[in-house]
Design a protein around this ligand. Structure first.
Ligand code: PEP
Length: 268
């Protein structure tokens, strides 16, 4: 399992931006191919983005409803995303938790829906600034995992937990390497407690103000299995810099070595 470089376009992008996906596909074509590239786009772009991604960029949705179909005006089901060509979906992004009052329980039902439709799912968690200031970052993330992760689920390949401290999203502020390692280690331990060995198939991504400039220093941390990128995923120039940084990390460290170090640290 290589690194996952995932973009989240949020409510951005009309058809005239699809050239960015093609440019990302071109970049992916020139890399070693060890890592996975995903771009989650507005539902209106999914089908066209799949075409532009040319099989080199996986395309995902940004949210899904819990049901298959029904009287839920404006919602979109995981099955509909799949039907449009998506292979993955983000659930529980902090903007949805905040702007749409999504609870951990709702996020868990969406993760189940994603699995039902055969989509990989990226479940977002992360502490607020106040929680970090109170020294409660680890306990906040741990509680979110326990409540928003359907632990009995056999997650589709490519699924991940995205650790996104709320204070780092779109702010240009990034936790220190030590802070990222501490939270990722704690998430991995929590996943092991809840799921046993099955957690090995779940990546843990870091998200929050990742750029082409800081990506390598984040991705070389052995506890980090990839990144979820907002702003810097909108322009292929920036996103491709992150893809190349990931490629450099994988070439230097070698994926098997990363996994061994990872397993060692999880067992301690
Ligand atoms: C995000 O919204 O998931 C995110 C990480 O945004 P940004 O990269 O812009 O901080």
């Amino acid at each position: 399992m290589g690194l996952l470089i995932a973009g989240n376009w949020k409510m951005n992008g009309l058809g005239d931006r699809l050239g960015e996906v093609s440019a990302v596909a071109e970049c992916a074509r020139t890399t070693s191919g060890h890592n996975d590239v995903l771009i989650c786009v507005p539902s209106t772009l999914i089908t066209r983005a799949v075409e532009a991604g040319a099989g080199l960029v996986v395309i995902g949705g940004e949210d899904c409803g819990a049901g298959v179909s029904g009287a839920f005006t404006g919602d979109i089901s995981a099955e509909m995303l799949k039907d449009a060509g998506a292979s993955a979906v983000i659930v529980g992004h902090s903007e949805r938790r905040r702007n749409h009052n999504e609870t951990d329980a709702m996020v868990a039902t969406k993760a189940v829906a994603a699995r039902r439709a055969g989509l990989a799912v990226i479940i977002c968690i992360g502490e607020t600034q106040a929680q970090r200031d109170e020294g409660a970052a680890l306990s906040a993330c741990s509680a979110q995992i326990a409540a928003s992760l359907p632990v009995d689920l056999e997650f589709s390949e490519g699924s991940a937990i995205a650790y996104e401290p709320l204070w780092a999203i779109g702010t240009g502020r990034v936790p220190t390497a030590g802070e990222i390692v501490e939270v990722h280690q704690s998430i991995r331990q929590r996943l092991t407690d809840l799921m046993g060995d099955r957690n090995h198939g779940l990546r843990i991504l870091y998200g929050g103000s990742v750029t082409a400039e800081n990506a390598e220093s984040i991705l070389e941390l052995p506890q980090v299995d990839g990144v979820l990128v907002g702003g810097a995923s909108l322009r292929s120039h920036d996103f491709n810099g992150i893809i190349r940084a990931a490629d450099a990390v994988t070439r230097h460290s070698g994926d098997p070595l990363r996994r061994l170090r990872h397993a060692y640290e999880t067992d301690r």
